[in-house]
Write a protein that binds this ligand. Structure first.
Ligand code: KL2
Length: 375
């Protein structure tokens, strides 16, 4: 499950977004029992929660989830807004291999002056009689500011670099990945397409066009090339510098001239090209439009907007092998999507007074998927 549960502080800071709501439904004491009831009802093995407010996490959220059998990990935002991302998993289903928090704030880098965070866990499924790979679960809440696509893309690159490092297996491949969260970007936007396609040519792209939240980009800067400075230590392939190039055991002078020239040419080409890449093959659990009518699904709805900004992406390995009969096709080492919880349209939600309402106590809906791990 991926669920932005709407931090009470943010609700109160942005109260103009919730004028359509009856006052009592906005109180935390009303909202939390509803959210908990929903979580309990859906009974997911893994929860990726966003906007988890620190005080509520300590006093209510964590204790309640622990009593439902979850182990909880939490990463609070840096700076003054006391909310963050949590990943909770059923300890009957997984054991915890590693916890990897990611801070997108970097004091030395002017571009990275925002306090958003991510959290990446490596989980070992507890499957009897089978050797299962670990699975990598990532959760984030990217910057909201519709105009700052430059920051959003860099935050995403930082999360992808951490996922690469965590999901990287001894044989050089990646274990199955689930990347969830609130990306503050809409389907079909450049940021979204980059996640799905694994590449993005951003030449001439206005920073306000990256997330697709706003139409107009008049007077806006275009993305610089490269988007983030080299001292971030993340390549245009979204991996930590030093991770992508296999370690050369020999010293420089042992390299032939041509090898050295080739390496330098590659480095230069990468520096100058206005293109980003990542190494995963990620699918989206949701297709963002109702199959029959083509009406958009929404994951968030309040008085200013109703749209999809939350996602569950997963690695469905494309590698196909013939089944026993020679006709079937199986997926190897990936996740197979078995089911998902339906989303709603904006119109559906306004028939129940938008969000939050009496029953749905966030301004987001929960996203929920069921996967089979292909061994
Ligand atoms: O869009 V959100 O809501 O994913 O549901 O992410 C941000 C916004 C969240 C964390 O920063 O707070 C909300 N106008 C509307 N919403 C805002 C604004 C704003 N100016 N600032 C923050 N948020």
């Amino acid at each position: 499950m991926s669920y932005n549960i709407l931090s009470q502080d943010l609700l109160e800071d942005n109260s103009h977004l919730y004028r359509h709501c009856r006052r009592p439904v906005l109180h935390w004491s009303f909202r939390f029992p509803n959210i908990l009831k929903e979580i309990k009802h859906f009974d997911a093995d893994v929860l990726c929660l966003q906007e988890v407010q620190e005080d509520h996490y300590g006093t209510e959220i964590r204790p309640s989830l622990e009593s439902l059998g979850y182990h909880c990990e939490y990463k609070m935002r840096t700076g003054r807004k006391p909310d963050g991302c949590a990943i909770c998993f059923k300890h009957s289903k997984f054991s915890l291999l590693s916890v990897n928090p990611v801070e997108f704030y970097r004091p030395g880098i002017p571009l990275l002056d925002r306090d958003n965070v991510g959290l990446v866990l490596l989980l070992q499924p507890k499957i009897p009689c089978a050797a299962s790979p670990a699975i990598c679960v990532a959760n984030t809440h990217l910057l909201y500011n519709p105009r700052r696509g430059d920051i959003k893309l860099t935050q995403l690159a930082m999360l992808l670099a951490e996922i690469s490092s965590v999901a990287h297996q001894k044989d050089g491949s990646f274990c199955p990945i689930i990347m969830c969260g609130d990306f503050n970007s809409v389907p079909g936007s450049p940021l979204y397409s980059f996640i799905k396609e694994g590449k993005l040519n951003y030449e001439g792209l206005a920073i306000g066009k990256v997330s697709g939240q706003e139409q107009s980009s008049r007077g806006q800067r275009i993305l610089s090339i490269p988007i983030w400075p080299p001292n971030l230590g993340i390549s245009q392939n979204c991996v930590y510098e030093g991770q992508q190039v296999p370690k050369v055991e020999k010293t420089d002078c042992d390299l032939t001239q041509t090898q050295q020239e080739k390496t330098e040419a590659l480095v230069t080409a990468e520096k100058l090209s206005s293109s980003l890449q990542h190494h995963f093959s990620l699918s989206s659990v949701y297709s963002h439009y109702l199959p029959d009518s083509g009406i958009p699904e929404v994951t968030t709805c309040h008085s200013r907007s109703a749209r999809t900004v939350d996602y569950i992406f997963y690695s469905a390995e494309k590698e196909a092998v013939p089944g026993h009969q020679g006709t079937e096709v199986a997926l190897v080492g990936g996740l197979k999507l078995l089911a998902r919880l339906s989303l709603l349209t904006e119109q559906d939600l306004w028939t129940v007074n938008g969000l939050p309402n009496e029953n749905n106590s966030s301004d987001h809906l929960p996203l929920l998927a069921k996967f089979r791990l292909e061994l």
